[in-house]
Design a protein around this ligand. Structure first.
Ligand code: ZN
Length: 415
């Protein structure tokens, strides 16, 4: 999943087509793979010592124009029977795949293994197709072969904003993208911490925002119970598989529907905010217990991030230590239960603490008591723990400033 940090937003629409483009797509996949292989064999590995004195091999990707635009281009062009511009696209794409592999390799997230292209699809840049009278024309073979897609009656034509951008062609669909400038002013930033039963956001302007996820949790529970019951009863294996598949589909649809409504609510309520969300690939939820994984799954989180990014601006954040770090003094503790308690005197709701840490990351700031007090300045009425202020408990002094989880987004009524 690639999410642009710029203020451009891209929206994509699918059109089902009936062309048989399998040969073309497979030829392109092979072309792309070959480009990757040619670059891969020319990667130079340089031995370097890191700060701890450990030896490491650093890959250097060849960038010389003589290689890129002459040698590689003419090599790939040799047996290529389709339009020439696909060769240039493949070279570009091969470089971007290898660059992203290199970034992950240097972070230790990927091995020293050549990337393999498995999916069959072709990206078609805006300069490589024509759009006239509601028809998109894409050239496939020089002078003769082209595909034409009539989108004059497509439902999205009057809805789509901005300029038509890149097309993506696969076996069944043509995806049309629109790129538009979100020139609305950015009002602020909200960072979100996701847990099995709630999505907790923090922004100094709004305070603590909580979206209730218990409904999502129950959807998964209900189908889990249904599946178990069925497996105990059923006698015929084949019919069981069918019903289980039907259940999974329903479960997926219901959770998607919930997430769609929730993210629409959040992005409408906090219009013109940039939303900071934990990066799925590094997400802590994946390392937690099995039980936890079942409740807010990787798929749910991916759907939440994707849906918010369709509807608003998103920045991906690194979840490392977001739950363990004290958002006031920066110390690392191991929180137990719903409260985060630190030696510096902070007593705070655990999810709120994580959301504040993520917010600090969004702003590129490090935690400090001074900063913490500044962030809390405008809030009153509730304590940091989410309980109502109890003066008898000395809470007022201890939490320094009070804050209000006033925007409690509850979605029970929507269905
Ligand atoms: Zn602390």
């Amino acid at each position: 999943m690639k999410i642009s940090k710029s203020l451009y937003q891209v929206r994509a629409y699918n059109i089902k087509h009936s062309y048989n483009v399998n040969d073309f797509l497979e030829a392109y996949r092979q072309l792309l793979q070959r480009a990757i292989e040619e670059i891969w064999t020319r990667i130079k590995w340089i031995e370097k010592h890191n700060c701890k004195g450990r030896r490491r091999s650093i890959p250097i990707i060849p960038k010389e124009n003589s290689f890129k635009y002459h040698y590689l281009r003419s090599l790939l062009m040799k047996d290529w029977e389709y339009s020439k511009h696909y060769v240039d696209s493949a070279i570009k794409q091969a470089y971007s795949i290898l660059k992203s592999w290199r970034r992950s390799y240097l972070k230790g997230e990927r091995k020293r293994e050549k990337p393999i292209v498995k999916k069959r699809f072709v990206r078609i840049k805006e300069t490589l197709y024509s759009f006239k009278d509601g028809r998109i024309k894409v050239s496939i073979k020089p002078y003769k072969g082209y595909l034409e897609f009539d989108i004059s009656k497509a439902w999205f034509l009057n809805r789509a904003k901005g300029e038509m951008g890149e097309l993506i062609l696969n076996e069944k669909y043509l995806t049309v993208t629109y790129r538009f400038n979100r020139n609305e002013e950015v009002k602020g930033k909200i960072a979100w911490d996701c847990n099995e039963k709630s999505l907790d956001g923090f922004s100094p302007e709004v305070g603590w925002i909580r979206a209730d996820l218990t409904k999502l949790f129950h959807i998964h529970r209900v189908y889990e119970i249904k599946r178990k019951r069925l497996q105990q009863k059923a006698s015929k294996k084949s019919s069981l598989r069918k019903i289980l598949a039907k259940y999974s589909k329903r479960e997926r649809n219901r959770s998607k529907d919930f997430i769609h409504k929730m993210t629409t609510f959040i992005t409408r309520k906090f219009k013109s905010y940039v939303h900071g969300l934990e990066d799925l690939r590094k997400n802590k939820m994946l390392n937690n217990s099995k039980k936890h994984n079942r409740n807010i799954s990787k798929i749910d989180w991916k759907t939440i991030v994707t849906f918010i990014s369709y509807k608003s601006n998103v920045t991906l954040l690194n979840p490392k230590n977001s739950t363990k770090r004290c958002s006031k003094c920066g110390m690392i503790n191991a929180p137990k239960g719903a409260l985060y308690i630190c030696k510096c005197g902070l007593r705070i709701n655990r999810q709120l603490n994580a959301a504040i840490n993520l917010y600090l990351q969004m702003e590129g700031l490090s935690p400090s008591p001074k900063l913490f007090n500044k962030l809390m300045k405008r809030w009153s009425g509730f304590t940091l723990t989410g309980e109502e202020a109890d003066e008898g408990f000395d809470e007022l002094e201890r939490s320094l400033r009070l804050m209000n989880p006033k925007s409690y987004v509850s979605l029970f009524k929507t269905t």
